[in-house]
Design a protein around this ligand. Structure first.
Ligand SMILES: [Fe+2]
Ligand SMILES: [Fe+2]
Length: 141
C-alpha cells in the first residue's frame, strides 16, 4: 500500500506542532517501509519505538499547552483530547505486541497513520488551537 504522506492541508497553523506532526507521519512511513522491505524485527521495532517515543513526547507538549485552558469549553476539550491521546497510545502499544509476533502487514501501520491524522491532526488539534486562541493563550508562530 502507498504510505500515508503529510501534506500542507494537515497544517494547523502552529509551526512547532505542525513540524512534529510531519515528523510523526514520516516516522510511520519509515516503519512501513521497513516492514515492506522485510527488514529485521529489531529494526522494525526500533523504528516503531522511536515513533512511539516521539508521539508520547508530542502528546505531552500539547497537554502542557492545554493546561492553559481555564474556561469550561476549553477544559472539556482538554479532557477529551488527553483521553484520546491515551487511547491512541494504548492502541499503538498493543500493535507493537502484535508486531513482535511477526503478523503485522504494513497496511496496519498505514491505518495507524490514518488514525493519527484523523483524530489528532485534523480534529482535536484544530479544536485545541481554536480554544487556545479564544482564551488568548496562544501566539501563532
Ligand atoms: Fe493532539
Ligand atoms: Fe498533535
Amino acid at each position: 500500500m502507498p504510505p500515508v504522506l503529510w501534506t500542507e492541508t494537515y497544517s494547523i497553523g502552529h509551526t512547532a506542532i505542525d513540524h512534529h506532526h510531519r515528523e510523526l507521519v514520516e516516522c510511520l512511513v519509515a516503519v512501513q517501509t521497513a516492514i515492506d522491505v522485510q527488514a529485521s524485527m529489531a529494526e522494525i521495532l526500533g523504528r516503531f519505538d522511536f515513533w512511539l517515543d516521539a508521539f508520547a513526547c508530542h502528546a505531552q507538549i500539547e497537554e502542557r499547552l492545554m493546561d492553559r485552558l481555564t474556561l469550561p469549553p476549553g477544559s472539556a476539550h482538554r479532557e477529551i483530547h488527553c483521553a484520546e491521546h491515551g487511547d491512541f497510545l494504548h492502541e499503538a502499544m498493543a500493535l507493537r505486541t502484535r508486531m513482535k509476533t511477526g503478523h503485522c502487514p504494513s497496511s496496519i501501520i498505514e491505518n495507524l497513520g490514518l488514525s493519527l491524522i484523523g483524530f489528532d491532526l485534523i480534529r482535536r488539534d484544530f479544536e485545541m488551537i481554536g480554544h487556545l486562541l479564544h482564551e488568548g493563550q496562544l501566539e501563532i508562530g
